[in-house]
Design a protein around this ligand. Structure first.
Ligand code: PMP
Length: 427
């Protein structure tokens, strides 16, 4: 055990889990690579859990951060803040939400808290719909809509939550159905729930479940849900903390895979926007955003330095069409990984869109989730110089691949080769 790890163990909460038997201390990064304290280089296929959206040490972001730090480090929502206004304008327009208003937070959890605060206040109901196997954060209210109990501490949530089927296509009672039947069964389930409860304020859902193992329902599920929700005046909150900013390749926002439904009532975002700086936020129609009787809800509602970083990062992403890159390079990577694992009985499926790729591991010859194999592959990939993630809801048997969106074809090939080797040695 390293000295730093021993000190961490002595001072940090026991539940603060680290990856790897011998956890890594990352000391610097560049492009799609990071280095540890011993000088070992890793190709980063997890982008600091998707926080490094574009690239490590992106010069444009570094410049924006250092210029702002040299000018003013300050935070208050009491004064005008130019980068915040400019960033909010960009996001309002990108959101497609008509008459959109934007409020910034410091994290995804806080963004979802704010969305729930808005929806419950607007609808005067503390009943909320959420998806099974979901993850929305670990604050008091975010825990209350996180279906993935294994990833959530127990709490006495202030919300009354009803969990809906459909976030996961591959497991559960409807898994044997084809896409259209699956959607119809989930809609029936939703209608059934609505028949037995007071009107919920909102449905909160991730278009592709992140912590749940990069798994998604068939396109169109949320459009079908939307019709039912609208009949009851229930708001749709799309948690885009993992799926936003073009990560899924075909779409800028995850909800757009359910296109005919139009934009959600509320969108939450975080993670990659600041390229490692701590920023999140909420976009909502003005009538919803303005329903709060408040003069602010956070001192850190978009600081100069985080919004300046986010603006530089978003500008880079749009100017370099990183969404297109995610589609092209992600598509190649998925194909390459499917071909490489076709003969491996421990690999149930390689799934995903763009640069959000999940690999589901099972005990060979069965359909049983294999969390032990997922941990073993993580260790073997690390040995080979590749960082990946794991997840998969209750089972933690999925590998998660989410590199910075500027990944090159050569780097995709390099990572796929290391991962194939790790899978063959560990599964
Ligand atoms: N929503 C989703 C979909 C997430 O994946 C996460 C983080 N994994 C959160 C919300 C919470 O974000 P944060 O960790 O920034 O609070």
């Amino acid at each position: 055990m390293s000295d730093l790890y021993a000190r961490h163990r002595a001072v940090a909460p026991d539940w603060l889990a680290l990856y790897y038997e011998d956890p890594i201390e990352i000391t610097h990064g560049e492009g799609r690579y990071v280095w540890d304290a011993n000088g070992k280089r890793y190709l980063d296929f997890f982008g600091g859990i998707l926080t490094t959206m574009t690239a490590h040490a992106l010069p444009e972001v570094t410049k924006a951060v250092s210029e702002q730090a040299g000018r003013l480090l300050h935070s208050s929502t009491l004064y005008l803040n130019r980068p915040m206004v400019e960033l909010a304008e960009r996001i309002a327009q990108l959101s497609e939400i008509p008459n959109a208003r934007v409020f910034f937070t410091t994290s995804g959890t806080e963004a979802n808290d704010t969305a729930l605060l808005l929806a419950t206040a607007y609808r005067r109901s503390n009943t909320v719909l959420a998806m099974r196997n979901s993850y929305h954060g670990r604050s008091f209210s975010a825990i209350g809509v996180t279906g993935n109990r294994g990833w959530s501490p127990t709490s006495l949530s202030p919300l009354q939550t009803l969990y809906v089927h459909g976030g996961v296509r591959t497991r559960g009672p409807f898994a044997h159905l084809d896409d259209a039947e699956f959607i119809a069964a989930c809609v029936e389930d939703l209608k059934d729930l609505l028949g037995h409860t007071r009107p919920p304020a909102a449905l909160i859902a991730e278009p592709v479940q992140g912590v749940g193992g990069f798994t998604s329902p068939p396109d169109g599920l949320y459009a079908a849900f939307r019709e039912v929700l609208q009949e009851h005046g229930i708001l749709w909150i799309s948690d885009e903390v993992q799926t936003g900013w073009g990560r899924t390749g075909d779409h800028f926002w995850g909800w757009q895979a359910h296109g005919r439904s139009g934009p959600p009532d509320i969108v939450t975002f975080a993670k990659g926007l600041g390229n490692g700086m701590s920023i999140g936020g909420v976009v909502a129609r003005a009538e919803i955003m303005n329903c709060l009787d408040a003069n602010s809800i956070s001192t850190f509602g978009g600081t100069q330095i985080t919004t300046a970083a986010a603006l530089a990062n978003l500008t880079y992403l749009l100017e370099h069409d990183l969404q297109g890159n995610a589609r092209r390079v992600g598509g190649l990577l998925i194909e390459r990984l499917r071909a490489a694992t076709a003969d491996l009985p421990g690999v149930r499926e390689v799934r995903g869109r763009g640069l959000m790729i999940g690999i589901e591991l099972v005990r060979p010859g069965t359909d049983e989730a294999d969390p032990r194999a997922a941990s073993a592959v993580l260790e073997a990939a690390r040995e080979g110089g590749l960082l990946i993630g794991k997840g998969g809801g209750h089972h933690t048997s999925a590998l998660r691949i989410a590199p910075p969106l500027s990944l090159t074809v050569a780097e995709a090939e390099e990572g796929a080769a290391i991962l194939e080797h790790a899978l063959r040695s560990a599964c």
